[in-house]
Design a protein around this ligand. Structure first.
Ligand code: PEP
Length: 265
């Protein structure tokens, strides 16, 4: 199982040049605080290049969608190669807003995740049930179907995939599933991943997303099979995102080679 959680932000269609100050502030905080986590902010394509240069490797920068083809006559789209060229390490694919407003199917999401893998860009594949599916008792079936359909064909070989479980009713609503609900779905996702990818399914991070804030992140991260979080609203301002990061343990400083060995007392 991965040991370091991934704390990922999703700015959605928010952010002009002025908001790059938030990237600088988050990067500076991470550099000083050294939270024991991988930190990523996914920003609109227009900001990736500048955000990556401001972050300077202190945090990772990602995109929010990519096309399934590497290039071509697809006006207005961005390929994974382009995101990588701009400085993105990761791309979110299949976010529920893309599925809902752009009609993205599981097959389209799988093709995008495959394109990301071919470009050397990690993919965060989003899945999650609607309120109606939960009320009808179809949560696990809906999530299982989405996983089976949205993973790229060669998932066992692609070490750079994460799943984000985002119940649609929890996104931006302030409503978070109770721990038992998160545990149940994440366990099911893990089982699906191991069915599909074999033993390497144990190494795929499963993130939780939906109204994560500084006051609930610790308890969410403590749950079984929760390997990180995907955060929308609370990633837009450094004050909010840093408050999330502040709840994490910090990295133990490695002794530098220049440090003399300690003599026994
Ligand atoms: C999201 O958009 O992926 C998300 C989880 O949003 P929020 O944290 O605002 O619920």
């Amino acid at each position: 199982m991965p040991v370091r959680p991934l704390i990922a932000g999703n700015w959605k269609m928010h952010g002009l040049a002025a908001q790059l100050a938030e990237i600088e502030a988050i990067s500076a905080f991470v550099q000083v605080r050294r939270p024991a986590a991988d930190v990523l902010i996914c920003v609109p394509a227009t900001l990736i290049s500048r955000a990556a240069s401001i972050a300077g490797g202190r945090i990772a920068v990602g995109g929010e969608d990519c096309h399934a083809q590497a290039s071509g006559a697809f006006t207005g789209d961005c390929s994974a190669d382009m995101l990588k060229d701009a400085g993105a390490t990761t791309v979110i694919v299949g976010h529920s807003e893309r599925r809902e407003y752009h009609g993205e199917t599981d097959a389209m999401v799988a093709a995008k995740a495959g394109a990301a893998r071919r470009s050397g860009v990690a993919a965060i594949i989003c899945i999650g049930e609607t309120q109606a599916q939960r009320e009808a008792g179809n949560t696990l079936a809906a999530c299982g179907r989405q996983i089976a359909g949205s993973l790229p064909a060669d998932v066992a070989q692609s070490g750079s995939i994460a799943i984000a479980y985002e119940p649609l009713w929890a996104i931006g609503s302030g409503h978070v599933p109770v721990p038992a609900q998160i545990i149940e779905v994440h366990r099911h996702i893990r089982e699906c991943l191991m069915d599909i990818a074999g033993a390497s399914g144990a190494d795929i991070r499963i993130l939780y997303g939906g109204s994560v804030r500084s006051d609930n992140v610790q308890s969410i991260l403590s749950l079984a099979n929760v390997d990180g979080v995907l955060i929308g609203g609370a990633s837009l301002l450094a004050a909010d995102f840093d408050a999330v990061l502040r709840t994490l343990p910090v990295m133990v400083q490695e002794p530098s080679r220049a440090d003399p060995p300690r003599s026994p007392r």
